[in-house]
Design a protein around this ligand. Structure first.
Ligand SMILES: *[C@@H]1O[C@H](CO)[C@@H](O)[C@H](O)[C@H]1NC(C)=O
Ligand SMILES: *[C@@H]1O[C@H](CO)[C@@H](O)[C@H](O)[C@H]1NC(C)=O
Ligand SMILES: *[C@@H]1O[C@H](CO)[C@@H](O)[C@H](O)[C@H]1NC(C)=O
Ligand SMILES: *[C@@H]1O[C@H](CO)[C@@H](O)[C@H](O)[C@H]1NC(C)=O
Length: 429
């Protein structure tokens, strides 16, 4: 036996130098292992093999379990960050309607929504803090872990419909039916069906906002966002000593796919204020009434737009544009899967001093919803204009002095439709 690999082994703080010491150490280790082994075996003796798994569980288990003994299980949540957040909120609100605890769902790290094999499930608690969610959302919705289930055969499968014939009303009637007898007796209701939470909306904006407020990024991800944000603040100072440390985040949607999509939307809805060109966006940001310049502008844009440096040109009059590349944070992003990259960008926009986005973008709409909620929590009554705490603007809607229209979310809206499909009616004029 080669003892050389134990050379650096420390045993009760002593370095093992002599052979005798090494031998003694090995014997002691062997004895400990044997004792542990015997202990485990003796405590298991006489117990049927399939009950071994419940070993050690009852204590922690009853503590969580007594809270709510009924669970809702949902399929993996898919698509982009915004769709995943909305679907996750809907899964939570469904659990609330059924008076059940939502079993911690899987999100998707990648965007390959057509190819189910490439969906790369990522556990909720790899992205958001599990315990924090439950403590912030206490009394509203709760997440549970699979080990909290006591009887895995006491499951009812609820097939949700899909397609045109599956209306909002049918969906809601079904949920109501399953919140009552005899289904409420099942320990687990497992929802099946194709992406059941992407479609129907039964809840007011306020309920969604309650759920979103409980979503706090895990530390590792928020630290990445911190790095990007402090780079933005620092770089402004380096380039121009007079600059304020704040920054404007512009969620710039001008990539080819979006332009095709938004032109179609404009035709279909007969609304002309959906697509904005880069020039229009730059002009409107420049004309924000009361914006102190010079100021750093962080451009959140699709990677395809960052390839040439065109997106940085044309900004004038004290607007200093930066994107991932110019900030030197491309690598930080590239290390992360798609979902996390979006989550970081979201955080950078959410925490900006001034946010400018498009009311037909779900990403922008969710950022504004979160910022509006944050002001409401602080007891701020006014939500529109540059002098509020976290002002937001819509560059696709013309405001005063050729600027963008101030934008806040109408928290009394009865559904999330305005946010998920876009609107030109926003609660600032
Ligand atoms: C909801 O579930 C809890 C715990 O299972 C139970 O105590 C409560 O009565 C239920 N409420 C309704 C309205 O069914
Ligand atoms: C578990 O649930 C099944 C189905 O409802 C039931 O038949 C069985 O008796 C339950 N087992 C225990 C140990 O409660
Ligand atoms: C579209 O809107 C314009 C002006 O807003 C109006 O004159 C026109 O009739 C509308 N067309 C349709 C098809 O609704
Ligand atoms: C907000 O939404 C409610 C309900 O739809 C509506 O009555 C109200 O007029 C809206 N407020 C604003 C400022 O748009």
């Amino acid at each position: 036996m080669d003892l050389s690999k134990y050379k650096h082994l420390r045993f009760f703080g002593l370095k093992l130098n002599s052979l005798a010491c090494k031998c003694v150490a090995l014997i002691v280790i062997a004895l400990i292992l044997r004792a542990v082994f015997l202990l485990r075996f003796s405590s298991f003796r006489g117990i049927e093999p399939n009950k071994l798994f419940t070993f050690n569980k009852p204590l922690i288990y009853s503590e969580f379990h007594s809270r709510n003994s009924k669970f809702l299980e949902v399929p993996q949540i898919v698509w982009g960050l915004n769709n995943q957040k909305i679907a996750l909120a809907r899964a939570c609100l469904t659990a609330r309607l059924l008076n059940r605890t939502l079993l911690m769902p899987s999100l998707s790290a990648s965007l390959f929504y057509k190819d189910v094999d490439k969906l790369e499930p990522i556990s909720f608690d790899k992205v958001f803090q599990f315990e924090t969610f439950n403590s912030l959302c206490k009394g509203f919705v709760q997440l549970g872990r699979y080990w909290e289930i006591s009887n895995r055969s006491n499951v009812f499968e609820l097939q949700k419909g899909s397609g045109r014939r599956w209306t909002i009303k049918k969906d809601l009637d079904q949920l109501r039916q399953f919140s009552a007898h005899p289904y409420d007796d099942y320990e687990v209701v497992r929802i099946t069906g194709k992406n059941p939470f992407l479609w129907h909306d039964h809840w007011p904006v306020k309920d969604y906002s309650n759920v979103f407020e409980c979503l706090v990024l895990v530390e590792d991800i928020s630290r990445q966002a911190d790095k990007v944000i402090s780079k933005i603040r620092q770089i402004g100072l380096q380039e121009n000593h007079n600059i304020a440390t704040g920054y404007v985040a512009v969620h710039m949607r001008i990539e080819k796919d979006w332009m095709i999509h938004c032109k179609k939307m404009e035709q279909r809805s007969n609304i002309s204020e959906i697509c904005s060109s880069k020039d229009e966006i730059m002009e409107r940001v420049r004309n924000i009434i009361g914006l102190k310049k010079p100021i750093t502008v962080y451009i959140a844009a699709a990677d395809s737009l960052l390839e040439d440096n065109k997106i940085l040109s044309g900004w004038k009059e004290g607007l200093l544009p930066f994107e991932k590349k110019k900030l030197g944070v491309v690598e930080l992003y590239e290390k992360q899967p798609y979902l996390i990259q979006s989550a970081i960008d979201y955080e950078v926009c959410f925490r900006s001093n001034v946010f400018v986005g498009n009311t037909f973008s779900t990403f922008s709409s969710l950022v504004v919803l979160d910022r509006t909620q944050k002001m409401i929590n602080m007891g701020v009554g006014k939500h529109c204009g540059i002098d509020v705490m976290w002002p937001s603007y819509a560059y696709n809607l013309l405001g005063k002095s050729k600027g963008p229209r101030p934008w806040a979310t109408n928290m009394s809206d009865s559904s999330l439709i305005a946010i998920s499909y876009g609107t030109s009616h926003i609660s600032c004029q």
